[in-house]
Design a protein around this ligand. Sequence first.
Ligand SMILES: [Zn+2]
Length: 326
Amino acid sequence: METSKKKTADSKFNLRREEIPPEFHDPFIIRGYRRPYLSFKDCLKSSVVFSCNESFNILSHFFSFLFFITIFISYFKTELDITDVKTWPLALNVIGNIGFSFMSTTAHTLNSMSIEARHKCFYLDYAAISIYTYCSGQATFYYSRALFSEKEFFKNSYYFNIGAMFISIMSTLLNCLSRRKWHSSKYVIRTMAYVTAYVWNCVPYIYRLMICNNPLDCNKSGLYLSLLSALTLLGAGVLNITKFPERFYPGKFDCCGQSHNLMHVLVTLGCFFQLEFVKHEMLRGISQGFNYESSLHLTIFTVFVSLLIAAVVPANDDKDINYKKK
Ligand SMILES: [Zn+2]
């Protein structure tokens, strides 16, 4: 009885690379694949089958999702007042974290339903990450820029916001298209899109530290949080491009410890440090020239366009129909 149950589980959740179509392959991962065209219920079930190579990815970002909800509650239950407009960039930053963790959990759970579902799931995942990078950029700009700069770029949020919006929308578009073309460099494209957003988001803080001439702007007490965030996110990017360790030890880290698993953990940590950094900077005192309401329409536009791109970039594939007929 036990043996037949295990056989059924293995035939659904623990296939070898050569047993499934190439569209469902992950680089250097040999076994633990789910059978393509699984039902919704079986996809959910696979999250707790630890011989499956997606379980860790599903559970790690599901725990991140719960973690960031807890952070949101802990920030706004007693410590901060959500009706105060000065806390809105921070609130949107945490909502961005919750959104991308949820979307990543969904994408990793449902990506074996079909080739089309696999593409669409990850399109939405990319859109959610791009929306998050836009939201975290807003928080960094409003809380960590120089308060007394004469430069128009730092006095007026318009220029920074337009740049952040453009990067966010282009990231979604390029990442979605990288699933259909540019196959040999897709991981570099995806990583570099988010590195560009990250660098753009750091500009206000770096500039402030370079030109500071008053105690408020010269306050570097949050620098260690910013560096911790940069280092962990850099580590995540390097793993995503190099595919370490599975590239060098094929078959050893299929179900636990592969680069994507480690990347999920590092991304959650990096985003947590980034959140703590912007909260720390917010408490520095930012009352001067604070007009976040004027940026809200661009935030809504960025969210709308990113989701629209994920919806309209084609995901259908003739191979889906052929495989189903087999
Ligand atoms: Zn992932």
